[in-house]
Every structure is written in C-alpha cells, then in structure tokens.
Design a protein around this ligand. Structure first.
Ligand code: NDP
Length: 398
C-alpha cells in the first residue's frame, strides 16, 4: 500500500495532487496537507476521488509534522511548500522514517541565498536510516538535471558546455505578476548572477548579461543569465563540464516593474515597522500582487525549457545537442486549473514520486535528481504530459 503526503497546496501542489490521482495503482492513498486546510479541501473536491484526503499542518514546526506523519504513516512526503520548510520537513522525515522529495532547495528566510549545503548535510543521517531524499524534482531544478543525465548516458563521452534555457512566452494579460510564489520568485531574480567556468564560480550583476536566444515554436526572446541552484550539483556530478550557465527570458515590461519595485524598497526582505506593526515589504507586496494560481484562466502561449549541451560524442566526434519541452499554458489550465509554470513543476514532482514508489529511484541518502536513472523518468514524464524533443548538431547560439 503506497501512501504519499503532499505538503503545500499552491499552484505546484495542486497540479501534483491532480497528477498523482491519475495513477491510483501507484498512488494508492494521497493526503494533501498545508497551512490552510480549506485550499486542500477545495483541491480534493475538484479531484473527487475517495483516496484523496486532506489535513492541516504548519510545516515550520517539526512537532506538527511528526504528528501529521504519525497520523498517516506515509511512505513518501512530496514537499511542495516553500523552500523555507525544507529542513523542518527533512528533520521530521528522519524522526518518523519517511522518504522525502522536493522541488526547491532550502533558503533561509532572512537571506536570499540558496545552496544545497544545508540539505546535503543530511546525507549521512538519511543513509543510515535507509531513507531516500530526492532533491529538486521540478522542471528546473528537476527535468533540467535529468535531461543532462540523459545526454551524458546516451550521447556524450564528455559534456563541455551546458546552458539551461528557460523561456516563458506566455501572456496572462496582467501588467505585472509572477508565475510562482512572488516572494520566492522576486528573491531569486534580484540576486546577483553566477555561472561556472573552469572550476570557478564567476559572479555578475543581477541580469547584467543577456542575449536573444531562439526557442522552438516561439522564436527569439531576450534571455538573461541568472544563478540557478541545479548548476551547483550538475558541475559536481558531471565533472567534464567546463562551463555551466542558466538563462531565463523576461519581457521589458516585467523588468521595468521589477526595477521600480526594487528602487522603491518593496523587494526588501528585512522587517520594517509600519503603524506599530512589523512587516516585511516583499511579503506585503505578495499580498497585493495577483495570485499566481489565478493567472491560468486567461494565460495563452507556451513555456519552453531545455538544455543546450556541447562536447564530444560517444565516438569521439564534436556534438551539439538540444533537449527541451514546450508546454502550453491553456492546455495545462484545462487539465489542472493551473498555468504551465505550476504544471511543469508539479508533473515532474509526481513522476519522481512514482519512480520512488516503483522502486526505480530508491537510494538511501540525499541525492539530486541527476544521480538517478533518467530513462524511466523521461518515459513517464512524457506520458504524463511533458513530452521532450532532441535536436542534434544545430547551432546552439551559445
Ligand atoms: P505557492 O505559494 O502557490 O504555494 C505554497 C504552498 O505552501 C501554499 O499552499 C502555502 O500555504 C504552503 N505553505 C507555505 N508555508 C507553509 C507552512 N509553514 N506550512 C504548511 N504549508 C505552507 O507556491 P508554488 O506552488 O508556486 O511553489 C511551491 C514550491 O515549488 C516552492 O518551493 C517553489 O520554489 C517551487 N517551485 C519549483 C520550480 C521548479 O521548477 N523546480 C518551479 C516553480 C516553483 P498557504 O496557502 O496557507 O499560503
């Protein structure tokens, strides 16, 4: 009997719950638990299956998590709350003997800084407990690492240059909105850029380096170099990589709004006193911005995310390779009620959980997704709604 608890019922949690419920032979029982139970109840009602139930938890509290796990005895927790909760959930998993999967690495609340060291520090404890923790199983991080592992397994003797390219060519009709949690999103985009070259990390100004890149079925879009967490593990797991970068597209309107938000202090994450009350400006901004979960209905266009890799193929010849998925916002909305950014994260989370439950991705310890066999994952993720395509020996533009 397989039982999973999905923690967090935002855009990504909603998609993941819908997708898990489509495979009752693997996900025999599904509990959706979050801070606001009414949101979980609404999703369970929309799914309308007796094996989907709900509960309430404050995932900042290890004690509450332990009580939740003791009530339900899940095999696996799918953590789709915010990055702030990663460590408390991992701690509770160790106390209760539960396996773990997430889509974003830990971030302290008071510092916009993400790296895997905090979660990698749990390696030995998970290993000793015989528990598997799968880190970063969304799209990026997630499928981006699995595409890279697939390229290494099937096509390259040596990968030299890796560029992860993430384009959202969708239009939601709002002047400014973020596609996932605004607090997490704005913290990520406003930080300094960073990329890996010849064994060193090179820092850049925020969104300082940019160039147009051409995306399949979309065309050219201005793409900005950013730091992204999967680069940290990929350059360790694939040591032939000489340079690894991450690019994301932004429209001019979006960037102008972002600049104003920063200039007027609304992106600050330190608390200020307002009318005798302590508030964090970025958290206040989140409260007035459109809710990313409500963008889906009028969202048109596609996302396109992939890896552009060059190096030496298995026969020793130069090879350029592009593997990608395009996802349509409106189709994602019709299926799950959420736009493509939540869809492209929730579907891989379900797929990774399925790999674990089927025994294909069981490895005690704490692991990034590229450490597992990419083949069964990529077969399943395509079947579940995110087909992928490969282009060989064309100009990568990078
Ligand atoms: P949302 O803000 O839409 O949802 C977050 C959910 O977590 C909400 O249901 C929220 O509850 C719940 N939550 C927050 N704090 C707690 C807490 N202390 N205890 C219990 N529940 C809590 O975010 P998204 O769905 O957009 O994103 C979810 C995760 O996915 C994030 O970590 C994000 O970084 C990650 N992500 C990863 C991507 C990838 O490709 N790897 C891409 C996009 C997102 P409430 O409703 O009460 O606020």
């Amino acid at each position: 009997m397989n039982k999973v608890i999905i923690i967090g019922c935002g855009g990504v949690g909603t998609v993941c719950a819908h997708k898990c419920a489509q495979y009752p032979e693997v996900f025999n029982e599904i509990v959706i638990a979050s801070r606001t139970k009414s949101k979980c109840d609404a999703v369970a009602k929309a799914i309308g299956k007796p094996n989907v139930t709900t509960d309430q938890v404050d995932a900042d509290s290890v004690d509450e998590l332990v009580a939740l796990f003791n009530r339900h005895h899940p095999n696996l927790v799918i953590n789709l709350a915010l990055p702030y909760q990663d460590l408390t959930i991992m701690e509770a998993c160790l106390q209760c003997g539960v396996n773990y999967l997430d889509t974003a690495n830990y971030e302290p609340r008071d510092e916009a800084h993400f790296e895997y060291s905090w979660q990698w520090a749990y390696r030995e404890r998970f290993e000793k407990a015989g528990l598997t923790a799968i880190l970063g199983c969304g799209f990026d991080p997630g499928v981006s690492g699995i595409y890279t592992a697939y390229a290494a397994k099937h096509h390259f003797k040596e990968m030299h240059y890796l560029d992860i390219v993430d384009c959202n060519a969708g239009n939601h009709g709002k002047a400014f909105a973020t596609n996932f949690n605004p607090e997490i999103n704005i913290r990520e985009i406003t930080q300094k850029g960073r990329y890996y070259q010849d064994g060193k990390w090179i820092e850049t100004g925020a969104l300082e380096i940019h160039q147009p890149l051409t995306y399949p079925e979309i065309g050219p879009r201005e793409s900005y170099l950013m730091y992204h967490e999967e680069l940290e593990s990929l350059v360790i797991n694939f040591p032939t990589i000489k340079r690894a970068r991450f690019w994301m597209t932004f429209g001019q309107e979006y960037l102008t709004h972002l600049r104003v938000i920063q200039d007027i202090g609304m992106a600050r994450i330190d608390p200020i006193i307002y009318n005798g009350m302590e508030i964090v400006p970025l958290q206040f901004l989140k409260a007035v911005l459109p809710n990313p979960q409500d963008l889906g209905e009028n969202y048109t266009g596609q996302t396109s995310i992939g890896c552009r890799i060059s190096g030496i193929d298995k026969q020793g010849n130069p090879l350029t390779y592009y593997i990608y998925n395009n996802c349509d916002h409106h189709k994602a909305y019709e299926e799950t009620g959420m736009q493509a950014v939540s869809y492209t994260t929730g579907v891989p989370a379900m797929t990774g959980a399925m790999m674990f439950l089927k025994g294909l991705w069981v490895k005690p310890g704490v692991h990034n997704v590229e450490e597992f066999d990419p083949d069964p994952f990529l077969d399943q993720v395509a079947e579940a709604g995110l087909p992928w395509h490969e282009i060989f020996n064309e100009d990568l533009e990078l």
